[in-house]
Design a protein around this ligand. Structure first.
Ligand code: GLA
Length: 751
């Protein structure tokens, strides 16, 4: 591997590979000045430094110099109170009440690969190098280490910061971002993702305003309200044009990602733990490590940016153990029975699962002591003996004896006031003295910052998993946090609770996933309320939304795909009329909306399954046969006209190309649409296969048997029409009216 990081004699640092270059230097004043982040650069670097000060009457000059102001200098990790008035990367106070932070270069080193972050999930190394720059605030005796990792094959940089108090007095960190990125002045837009329960991942694009825009969460989870991902796009960027900078965090708690356009129009991105209500007491000799932030760059539009993320997340974030493992198809009991589950019903559903040919039966909520509805029992993770007389291990063995895998639901971080656990340990919840705890879905949040709570949960879950017959765990988390305080922490550390909670959760997940490396964990938080790279570091897949209506889900998957590969998603055929929005849709559209998700299944009542048995079985057979295809390939957003959406999925071996086309509302006199495919071999022939179901029909008159890749990319495939009235010969039609979906399968021909 050639050097990915170079340092010149005048201390200019360059992180560069074939995807991008990231360059900064130590200024004569000892400040880390940012010089370039964008397209790759060859040697010699020849990156021009920023101009020095022009006449700016209100700006201050840095530490008495005449020509240098931090207010217009792009920096790597800006402090506060020394001529830069923009929002800083770090702030706090020392024991004298001094709140000015000024960080100067001290030393650097380059290490091969990537050190793991202590106590926090982080991306894995491998064909990578890490630059560690040590900065110091001499007055506070605060040492700040900036970590930058670059990989040979990815357009991604990882950044994190480690603080160490070298003084003999306490330093209080009031905010400590994981990264700062100062982009030069220019016209940019922000793309961020907002939502709520069952309406996650709505992309919004806004011009970068003068001032600050912040996407954040103070809910205790990374949240559906603002996803912890944001991109700064060259103005007018499209799927295949423009410079795009994405930022996210390998973290699942309170976060903030801000974009500030300063008075001189430069743009600062900060990402890290939300400074609001955060405060960390750094005792003498102690260290504090921020979560990891990731930046990705593409000079080729949003599709290029997504491709960078998808490859990187798969290679370096989600657990390696499952990276190349096709996911089982499954039947989940939730929409089939909700809380009304018992051993006989589960075994009946297991027979149904066998009948429709899925690989796994998942027992969702409702199996533990006293859990007849959502008002009780979370925390008491023992099987309800009236409904499951022989217990979960025995049930798991019986399900497995039918040739199925067995999965089970837990919501470990929660407790209902009506539970044995709460009766025994009322102080194990997040709470503050004198305030009545607010309930969410009738439940309270356990204080995972406490080791005894982590240990209790490990033992409870271990008692079920240790039977050896559990293949899958759905790990749920169904409320936002309130009255966040810990009975185990002193008054002066209460504002550390949220972050300590996350450290405790990660410790528990470390233990469990180490003890059960072959159990497939799925992350869920009322759907996508904590869908992030922190959780995906432990759990290879996530339940992206409780929205099972296919039309609702189209937008959610489209939004999520900006960052996540669909390898990390699960989807099932849910009921119609849909239980979240009442929409009636065909089984086929419900299946196809999730067709490119790695894990596909069914969650329907036995009567619903019975009514569509053959069709469901056919879809599940297709899901099973294509499960290996849905791992490691390329998902691409091809077109979206609002009412019509096309997605392409190309398998990792590039032999099969799937194109899913959704026509949402039918209408008269529709335009003819074409889908221009991407990333094909221009010279190869691709044969249109009518093998997935029979609605595509045989080739129509005059249609070639196969198409060249260049024709598919530059001229495109003609999309079907919605049939209204008389059908014309030579036109393909969608199989339904409203909410119609079609899948094209193109197979690359040998030679
Ligand atoms: C959450 C999940 C659902 C289901 C229920 C069970 O809402 O998102 O999929 O597991 O909890 O209570």
């Amino acid at each position: 591997m050639s050097d990915l990081i170079t340092v010149s004699d005048d201390l200019t640092f360059a992180l560069a590979n074939r995807h991008f270059a990231y360059v900064f230097r130590v200024s004569p004043e000892g400040i880390l000045e940012h010089l370039h982040y964008g397209g790759p650069l060859g040697e010699p670097l020849n990156v021009q430094a920023h101009h020095r000060r022009t006449i700016r009457h209100v700006a201050s000059t840095f530490q008495g110099g005449r020509h240098y102001s931090l207010s217009d200098t792009p920096q790597e990790y800006p402090g506060f109170g020394t001529s830069d008035y923009r929002f800083p990367a770090v702030h706090g106070r020392n024991a004298d009440g001094n709140t000015v932070f000024s960080l100067h270069y001290h030393s650097h080193k380059i290490v091969d690969d990537k050190p793991a972050l202590k106590g926090l999930p982080s991306s894995r190394g491998g064909r990578s190098q890490t630059l560690i720059i040590t900065l110091q605030d001499k007055l506070h005796q605060l040492r700040v280490r900036l970590h930058y990792t670059i990989w040979e094959d990815h357009g991604v940089i990882a950044r994190s910061v480690r603080f160490k108090n070298l003084s003999d007095k306490e330093i209080q960190l009031q905010h400590a971002f994981s990264t700062a990125l100062d982009l030069p002045s220019g016209d940019y837009e922000i793309q961020h993702f907002h939502g709520t329960w069952a309406r996650e991942f709505n992309a919004e694009r806004i011009p970068v305003p003068q001032g600050r825009f912040v996407a954040d969460s103070a809910r205790g989870t990374s949240s559906t309200a603002h996803h912890n991902y944001l991109a700064v796009l060259q103005k007018g960027a499209t799927e295949d044009f423009g410079r795009c900078y994405g930022t996210t965090l390998v973290y699942s708690g309170n976060f903030a990602i801000s974009v500030e356009r300063g008075e001189f129009e430069d743009v600062r991105v900060l990402a890290g733990i939300n400074p609001f209500n955060f405060h960390w007491r750094l005792k003498p000799g102690k260290s504090f490590t921020t979560p990891e932030a990731l930046h990705a760059f593409s000079g080729a539009g949003m599709r290029g940016l997504s491709a960078q993320w998808h490859g990187f997340i798969r290679e370096h974030v989600t657990p390696e153990r499952f990276r190349d493992t096709p996911r089982p198809t499954y039947l989940n009991t939730w929409e089939a029975a909700y809380f009304d589950v018992d051993e006989n019903k589960v075994l009946d559903l297991a027979d149904t699962a066998v009948d429709i040919g899925v690989d796994m039966l998942v027992l969702d909520d409702g199996w533990f002591e006293g859990r007849g509805d959502d008002t009780s029992s979370l925390g008491d993770w023992r099987a309800d003996r009236e409904r499951f007389p022989s217990g979960i291990p025995d049930l798991a063995a019986k399900v497995r004896a039918k040739g199925l895998k067995f999965g089970i639901w837990f919501e470990p971080e929660m407790v209902n006031p009506r539970s044995q656990l709460f009766t025994d340990h009322p102080d194990w919840i997040l709470h503050v003295p004198g305030r009545v705890p607010s309930l969410g879905r009738n439940q309270l949040t356990l204080d995972l910052s406490r080791p005894e709570v982590q240990d209790y949960l490990f033992e409870q879950i271990d008692a079920v998993l240790s039977c050896g017959d559990v293949d899958y765990v759905k790990w749920d988390m169904n409320r936002n946090m309130t009255e966040v305080g810990s009975a185990a922490l002193p008054a002066s550390r209460q504002r550390e609770t949220s972050h300590r909670y996350m450290l405790g959760l990660y410790r528990l997940l470390d233990r469990l996933t180490e003890a059960y490396p072959d159990v497939l964990f799925e992350n869920c938080a009322s759907g996508g309320n904590r869908f992030d790279l922190g959780m995906l570091s432990y759990m290879p897949q996530g339940w992206i939304s409780d929205m099972c209506d296919p039309i609702g889900r189209l937008a959610i998957i489209t939004g999520a795909s900006h960052l996540y590969p669909l390898d990390v998603t699960a989807a099932y055929i849910g009921p119609s009329p849909n239980h979240q929005n009442g929409r009636i849709s065909s089984v086929r559209t419900r299946f196809l909306a999730g067709v490119f998700c790695a894990a596909r299944g069914v969650s329907l009542s036995e009567a619903d399954i019975e009514a569509h048995r053959d069709e469901i079985a056919a879809h599940m057979a297709f899901a099973k046969a294509t499960a290996p295809d849905m791992i490691g390939g390329r998902f691409e957003r091809i077109s979206s006209h609002g009412n019509e959406i096309a997605w392409q999925y190309t398998t990792a071996d590039e032999q099969t190309v799937y194109l899913a086309y959704f026509h949402i509302l039918s209408g008269p006199n529709q335009p003819f649409r074409r889908a221009r495919l991407v990333g094909l071999d221009p010279d190869a022939q691709y044969r249109l296969d009518d093998g997935w179901d029979d609605t595509l029909g045989a080739p129509i008159d005059g249609e070639p048997e196969s198409y060249r890749g260049d024709a598919l990319m530059h001229s495109g495939l003609a999309m079907p029409q919605v049939a209204v009235g008389e059908k014309s010969p030579g036109v393909r039609y969608m199989p339904d009216g409203d909410f119609s979906a079609q899948l094209f399968v193109l197979r690359r021909q040998p030679g």
